[in-house]
Design a protein around this ligand. Structure first.
Ligand code: NAI
Ligand code: MG
Length: 501
């Protein structure tokens, strides 16, 4: 379906449809890339080009890091009182709220996600996130230490780390920008943010609002570009004090390597293969849709997706058939702008190939397809749509049970008892999240405490709040985003001694 079939907010139409190039945001100005190069960004629902974007690379990163350094070192941002920083972050949140519809439409056009999710999840969570961290700007305090030395006053300051490089993925483009910017700005850092090359538009619209809000030039710089060029230039830059990355575990490992040269601080939010465990005493009216939404939300392109579904063997057949009928009857695929759509396309052709090749591998290795199992055809053939897919007869060691697919594909497996399922749930190099469905408090707490995962959801899934920490055990990451915990990523501790003898 053509995008012109939908009525867009005039501001969205102006931003996305105008033939002007979307420029980089450096030192408070929109500027072309030093190379003059641009790249197209596409609507994954139909493959049409939405806009051309300036392609940042080493020289642009150098300029942006210099602007961020100027704003930080005795610059306007560092001299500003915390109250004033808070006010600017609140103002940004208000402007995002003013343009909430525009953001939702940009997000749907660039990423493919259903507009109802963009409207009810991505955008409001982004606004709340900024407001939450605006509150922190005035509450970052130090400590006084009772040292064992006479007439000595020792106190601890929590100071901003400095210039921060932030690299984000394409699955929640605006929200990932907010998760990164919120804590960095609250703590007084300055930022160079690189959005994903697949979805640069909402971050560039955000840049307009950062300018409008009146942030001093250089506090936030936004440089779209590719991973191996702009991303690597940022992560290796000798004048960047800290890098925060969200994306694949594979690239997360590269980022750690890059950081070694100047010992940048690193925080990583990486992939997952999260177990979702359904006990026989679960409330199935909630567990069945809950388990399906856990994997199908955002087309399965969610780091915490509940992609390994363990169902107790005594209820396995029934629960599985209810889940399959949920996938067949309740999921409505289509253009994200169609308000009836509950599942959009995958973000790119590359992601489509990745997901369909995992489906083929699953079949090859002997897993059975209960529903889905292919690219969508008919009206959806022009977009990157994969049918919601449920596999059964899956073994723990199959690729579809071990590797992150990042698509609407779930691997269902029966389990015998609580010890069996805890052991198998923890048999993963990942440890991002997990789900538990049971009405027994004993089961819920016992399992939740034994799972090696950064988040555990009991009788719910994919719950997020600006105040609650999120991040990974094992190879799912280092550090926590959100809540008070994220402040650690952007501050360092100074101990000061004063002799009053
Ligand atoms: P990716 O990890 O390559 O990309 C994420 C971000 O890192 C993008 O901004 C990209 O430009 C940047 N990047 C890539 N290579 C880089 C490098 N060498 N240096 C610095 N920055 C670099 O992820 P990709 O290729 O988009 O997706 C591949 C798979 O990664 C997905 O299928 C999924 O399994 C996983 N993934 C996980 C995400 C998560 O939230 N945990 C998000 C996106 C992807
Ligand atoms: Mg990549």
């Amino acid at each position: 379906m053509e995008t012109t079939a939908f009525q867009l907010n005039p501001r969205t139409a102006d931003f996305v449809k105008s033939k002007t190039i979307k420029k980089l945001f450096i030192g408070g100005q929109f500027v072309e890339a030093a190379s003059g190069k641009t790249f197209p960004t596409y609507n994954p629902a139909n493959g049409e080009i939405l806009a051309y974007v300036s392609e940042g690379d080493q020289e642009d990163i150098n300029r942006a890091v210099a602007a961020a350094r100027d704003a930080f070192e005795d610059g306007p941002w560092t001299r500003m009182q915390p109250q004033e920083r808070a006010r600017l972050i609140y103002t940004l949140a208000d402007l995002i709220e003013r343009d909430a519809d525009v953001f939702a439409e940009i997000e749907t056009l660039d990423n493919g996600k259903p507009i109802r999710e963009a409207k009810h999840a991505d955008v409001p969570l982004t606004i709340e996130h900024f407001r939450y961290y605006a509150g922190w700007a005035t509450k970052i305090s130090g400590d006084v230490i009772p040292v064992n030395v006479p007439n000595m006053h020792n106190y601890v300051r929590r100071e901003p780390i400095g210039v921060v490089g932030q690299i984000i993925p394409w699955n929640f483009p605006l929200m990932m920008a907010a998760w990164k910017l919120g804590a960095a700005l609250a703590t007084g850092c300055t930022v160079v943010l690189k959005p994903a090359e697949q979805t640069p538009l909402s971050a560039l619209y955000l840049a307009k609002l950062i300018q409008e809000a009146g942030f001093p030039p250089g506090v936030v710089n936004i440089i779209p570009g590719f991973g191996e060029t702009a991303g690597k230039a940022l992560a290796t830059h000798p004048d960047v004090d800290k890098v925060a990355f969200t994306g694949s575990t594979e690239v997360g490992k590269l980022i750690m390597g890059y950081a070694a040269d100047n010992l940048k601080r690193v925080s990583l939010e990486l992939g997952g293969k999260s177990p979702n465990i359904v006990f026989p005493d679960a409330d199935f009216t909630r567990a069945v849709p809950g388990a399906m939404q856990a994997i199908f939300f955002n087309q399965g392109q969610v780091c915490s997706a509940g992609s390994r579904l363990y169902i107790h063997k005594s209820v396995y057949d029934n629960a599985l058939s209810d889940m399959v009928s949920y996938a067949d009857k309740k999921v409505r695929q289509g253009h994200g702008l169609d308000p009836k759509t509950t599942m959009g396309p995958l973000v790119t052709g590359e992601q489509l190939n990745r997901v369909t090749s995992y489906i083929e591998k699953g079949i090859e290795q002997g897993a059975k397809v209960a529903t889905g199992g292919s690219r969508a055809d008919g009206d959806l053939a022009n977009g990157y749509f994969v049918r919601p897919t449920v596999f059964y007869d899956v073994q723990d060691d199959m690729a579809i049970a071990q590797e992150e697919i990042f698509g609407p594909v779930v691997a269902a497996m029966p389990f015998d008892d609580i010890d069996d399922v805890i052991k198998r749930a923890n048999l993963s190099t990942y440890g991002l999240a997990a789900g538990v469905w049971t009405q027994s408090m004993n089961t819920a707490f016992n399992v939740a405490h034994k799972l090696k995962a950064g988040s555990v959801w009991i009788n719910c899934y994919n719950m997020f709040d600006a105040a609650s920490p999120f991040g990974g055990y094992k190879q799912s990451g280092i550090g926590r985003e959100m809540g008070e915990y994220a402040l650690e990523n952007y501050t360092q501790i100074k101990s000061i001694w004063l002799n009053y003898n």
